[in-house]
Design a protein around this ligand. Structure first.
Ligand code: FE
Length: 213
């Protein structure tokens, strides 16, 4: 009999999306991999958003968001900008973020035009509490195609967009530091647990390198 193997989870395929929301003066966005068409009549799209994301709270309050579909032309910077920092700490639409990267939709929420191939404006119809995430079941109010470049899957991001981790150093005496090669987060301790997930960028142990001090 086959044994239980949770790596089966890695065989599921996902797209990647920038989910944007506006509440009052605050514009924000995060990266999600969970936008799916779940019904055709009426046309229905579900998105699951991690409750730790500030964008989650904004969607819960305002019941609306935009989904920009990330294409294979997206740069790693897009993932860093929207995925590796929180809207609680930074303004992701500050003047430093180039205005050529996004446009405003009719619903007053930005959508991303650089490294994307379509966007949807969604209105939340139902919510389901799933523990770590809230599932928002949405009706598209608008949708359009922005480019014919293929969509970026999670697999393509892992193989072609994410920088390759650097070699791991040798074990030092004394303090050992493991640094996330993706975002720079540092973990202090001799052993990094196998199931460790970077609290900043959510990458796993394979993306950490051992640093000698
Ligand atoms: Fe990280």
């Amino acid at each position: 009999m086959p044994e239980f193997n949770n790596k089966a989870m890695y065989k599921l395929s996902y797209g990647l999306f920038v989910c944007t929301a506006v509440q009052g003066d605050k514009k924000n966005g995060c990266i999600i991999n969970t936008a799916v068409q779940v019904a055709s009549d009426p046309n229905t799209i579900s998105i699951a958003v991690n409750k730790a994301n500030y964008t989650h709270d904004m969607i819960k309050e305002t019941k609306t968001c935009n989904i920009s579909v990330i294409s294979k032309e997206a740069k790693f910077d897009l993932f860093k900008h929207f995925g590796f920092q929180s809207g609680r700490d930074v303004d992701k639409f500050s003047p430093e973020y180039p205005s050529s990267s996004y446009a405003m939709a009719d619903n007053g929420i930005p959508y991303i035009i650089e490294g994307t191939n379509a966007y949807f404006s969604l209105n939340v119809k139902q919510e389901v509490d799933l523990g770590s995430h809230t599932l928002f079941i949405c009706e598209p109010a608008f949708m359009t195609v922005l480019s014919d470049v293929q969509s970026c899957t999670y697999e393509f991001y892992q193989s072609d967009i994410k920088p390759k981790p650097q070699a791991v150093g040798t074990t030092p005496k004394g303090e050992t530091v493991w640094r996330c090669t993706i975002c720079g987060y540092e973990y202090v301790g001799e052993d990094l647990p196998d199931d460790f997930i970077c609290p900043i960028c959510k990458h796993g142990k394979d993306d950490f390198e051992k640093i000698i001090r």
